[in-house]
Design a protein around this ligand. Structure first.
Ligand SMILES: *Cc1c(COP(=O)(O)O)cnc(C)c1O
Length: 382
């Protein structure tokens, strides 16, 4: 038997520690993308390992309507970091499920059908979330998908005003588009989205699956615009790479949520991992740290581009969610970084090299990354 969906990379990872991944022969790789924003506190953080180990000895599973300590602890941690008045949470097992629930809750709470999504946006691969995802290449084999989705240009306030009306259940939006190529929305756009949806009685869903948990320099990227969405989704790094998604909702949405459920909703072991992960993020103030290291990286990269030291067009992003735009060949750059420099990065489409390192990286790691980028993207190599 072999897997068939993913093409296998020629690097067999045996273990991870902090920002590094190791092969069996001990080769050390700096992970700035291999774990896809799933390790905000680094690989195998001792506090998370301890929490998981302890909980695994006690309880793997009991149905979610029975209160358990680890889930209660997670609820408390989420309450402490949730933006504004958001005070209800649905736990699930992935990002796409968190968005699937968000769309269902929005439709149930409003009794409306229409969903507004943004061009270039990515919200997951199940049939509902996929319908709100923009790129045809993810969708066309599987149609028909969920009905009722309308796309608008990301950043265009006028189009949004046109699109949102009294039939609109929700607008779903990433405060910084991730898969689409690392495009931060302006604070004005996010504020306008908040006002326009509120005016129309529609829910604003902030998909913070990639941007959340401190990555962009604040706990949640919507905080850069000073707004509180009606629904906020999180996943990826929330349990340090164990599968968990969370849909946080305001009271008015929670009041009439319809009839949703999932066997594994917030299992004890994953909840323990998530609570421990959030503790580290808060205690070490990783959002501020991400802002600082991210700014350093962006400035250094910008200077290199300006001085023609590396062959790239520009650098975009916020905090430790950065994209380096190149003319073409992002996949080749990722490959060269891995094989020549032992740095594992990510593409976002053909023209963006994406960096999503653990938020715990220090200036030394950033310098190692910059040196590797120099060597692979420097004039001589092109
Ligand atoms: C990764 C991602 C998803 C999907 O999460 P999965 O866990 O892969 O289902 C949804 N939205 C955004 C913004 C993402 O980055």
């Amino acid at each position: 038997m072999s897997g068939f969906v993913y093409s296998e990379k020629p690097i067999r990872i045996e273990r991870g520690e902090g920002p590094y991944l190791y092969t069996e022969d001990g080769t050390e790789y700096l992970d700035v993308g291999a774990s896809y924003a799933c390790t905000p506190v680094g690989h195998c953080h001792p506090d998370v390992v301890d929490a998981v180990t302890e909980e695994a000895k006690d309880l793997f599973y009991v149905q979610a309507s029975y209160p358990v300590d680890s889930r209660d602890k997670l609820y408390n941690r989420l309450a402490a970091i949730a933006p504004g008045s958001i005070d209800n949470v649905w736990l699930c097992n992935s990002g796409t499920e968190a968005n699937e629930a968000a769309l269902k809750f929005a439709r149930a709470a409003t009794g409306r059908e229409k969903i507004i999504a943004t061009k270039r946006g990515f919200h997951g691969r199940t049939m509902g979330a996929l319908a709100t995802t923009w790129k045809k290449k993810y969708k066309h084999y599987y149609e028909p998908l969920m009905d009722g989705v309308e796309f608008v240009d990301y950043g265009d306030v006028e189009q949004l005003e046109e699109a949102v009306d009294e039939d609109t259940a929700a607008m779903i939006v990433e405060p910084v588009q991730g898969e689409g190529g690392i495009y931060p929305a302006s604070a004005e756009y996010v504020k306008a989205a908040r006002e326009i949806t509120e005016e129309a009685g529609a829910a604003l869903i902030a998909d913070e699956i990639q941007t959340g948990l401190g990555r962009t320099g604040k706990m949640w990227a919507c905080e850069h615009a000073g707004i509180v969405p009606d629904i906020l989704t999180s996943a990826k790094g929330i349990a340090s790479g164990l599968p968990m998604g969370a849909t946080l909702v305001q009271d008015w949405v929670a009041e009439n949520h319809g009839n949703h459920g999932s066997t594994f909703s917030g299992g004890p072991v994953i909840s323990a991992a998530a609570a421990a992960t959030l503790d580290v993020i808060v205690e070490e103030d990783l959002p501020s740290h991400a802002a600082e290291i991210g700014e350093y990286l962006a400035e250094e990269l910008g200077a290199k581009i300006e001085a023609d030291e590396i062959d790239a067009r520009r650098v975009r992003g916020k905090g430790l969610m950065l994209g380096i735009e190149v003319k073409r060949g992002s996949n080749r750059l990722v490959k060269n970084l891995a094989l020549k420099e032992q740095v594992l990065a990510l593409p976002a489409g053909r023209t963006v090299l994406r960096l999503l390192p653990p938020l715990t990286i220090d200036k030394g790691h950033a310098d190692q990354l910059l040196k590797s980028i120099d060597s692979v993207m420097g004039g001589a190599d092109q």
